[in-house]
Design a protein around this ligand. Structure first.
Ligand SMILES: Nc1ncnc2c1ncn2[C@@H]1O[C@H](COP(=O)(O)OP(=O)(O)O)[C@@H](O)[C@H]1O
Length: 316
């Protein structure tokens, strides 16, 4: 699978778009608005995701109309309704986790994603994997976590060791990622849902949920006041959402053609390569632990690409 040109193309698409996505996201959410006393931060997660989902939806619709004609969609609405809810909750809780844990901890936590995707895919997605696949995925995840883990940052954390709110948010987020994958697995096997349909419908449902949430929380009012003061933030949000739409397009191609598990392996590997590239780019050398992590990631990926192909249930 990994050596198929199409898989490689989708992976490169995800790597490239999410690279820009990350930069733009940081610019918006960590940027400083205003001067001195009146300096403010951007705290409008719901509004940002709302905007993002609208652009994702429009992009999917445009692609469906002009580029990829994907015919009739027979997918049950309950699948779209539930997977978009879990997809949103995964994004929101992983954002919320940042209030309690630092960014590196969040990334390490979320790099375990392939594990809940496998486990919940098995429990609720009617998908089973050979045991060796589970082993290879574990090797990759342990490698990524070892590579990313920052002893110094973790030691500095003000939170007591163990399960705090941040960890709880990450666990909820990972569970939601796993459930999203499980429902997508069902759409794929029962309805052969195509990428454009899945992307447009999941984002449309999400826009609906977010509209309600924006009204109920009153965030819409605060956000409108913020935009009135700093209108250029809308422009930044637009560029960010376009990067998101391009990236998500490849994500949905990957999910519908290869499945949520390979997709989560690619997105996890992407995070690893981003950090590896930045370490090397800035001329830093790898710590011993990071070398071991790197070797584990490459070993896991190689083994998975050679021996991890088959899924037990689904005839290819
Ligand atoms: N299976 C999926 N279905 C729909 N969207 C997904 C899926 N996997 C990832 N995405 C989208 O891609 C974004 C980035 O995913 P990822 O790189 O795994 O990071 P994280 O989940 O930690 O934010 C997610 O926020 C989500 O919008």
């Amino acid at each position: 699978m990994y050596n198929e040109p199409k898989f490689f193309l989708y992976a490169v698409g995800i790597f490239t778009c999410y690279f820009f996505f990350g930069i733009l996201q940081e610019r918006i959410t960590r940027g400083k608005y205003g001067e001195g006393e009146s300096e403010e931060k951007f705290t409008y997660t719901l509004a940002l995701v709302f905007f993002q989902c609208i652009i994702n939806y429009l992009y999917a619709k445009i692609m469906l109309k002009f580029v990829f004609k994907q015919g009739e969609d027979t997918t049950r609405n309950v699948y779209y309704a539930s997977s978009s809810m879990t997809y949103l909750l995964a994004m929101i809780t992983s954002n919320m986790a940042l209030q309690w844990v630092n960014y590196p901890t969040q990334v390490v936590g979320k790099s375990c994603k392939p594990i809940p995707v496998m486990v919940l895919g098995f429990l609720f997605g009617r998908k089973s994997y050979p045991i060796q696949k589970l082993m290879f995925v574990l090797i990759i995840v342990i490698g990524v976590a070892m590579f990313m883990f920052k002893d110094s940052e973790a030691a500095k954390s003000t939170e007591p060791a163990g399960l705090g709110m941040g960890e709880l948010m990450l666990i909820i987020s990972l569970t939601m990622d796993g459930l999203t994958g499980a429902v997508q697995e069902r759409m794929k096997s029962e309805h052969q849902t195509r990428s454009g349909h899945m992307m447009s419908n999941m984002n449309l449902w999400s826009v609906g949920y977010l509209a309600v949430a924006l009204l109920l929380t009153g965030e819409i009012v605060d956000f409108a006041e913020f935009v009135a003061k700093y209108p250029y933030v809308l422009w930044e949000m637009l560029v960010f959402s376009i990067a998101s739409a391009f990236g998500q397009f490849f994500i949905f191609l990957m999910v519908t053609e290869y499945g949520p598990l390979p997709c989560s392996i690619v997105t996890t590997t992407r995070k690893f390569f981003t950090v590896l590239a930045s370490v090397l780019f800035f001329g830093n050398s790898l710590l011993n632990r990071q070398w071991v992590g790197t070797i584990l990631v490459f070993t896991g990926l190689t083994l998975d690409s050679i021996y991890g192909k088959s899924s037990v249930k689904k005839p290819e």
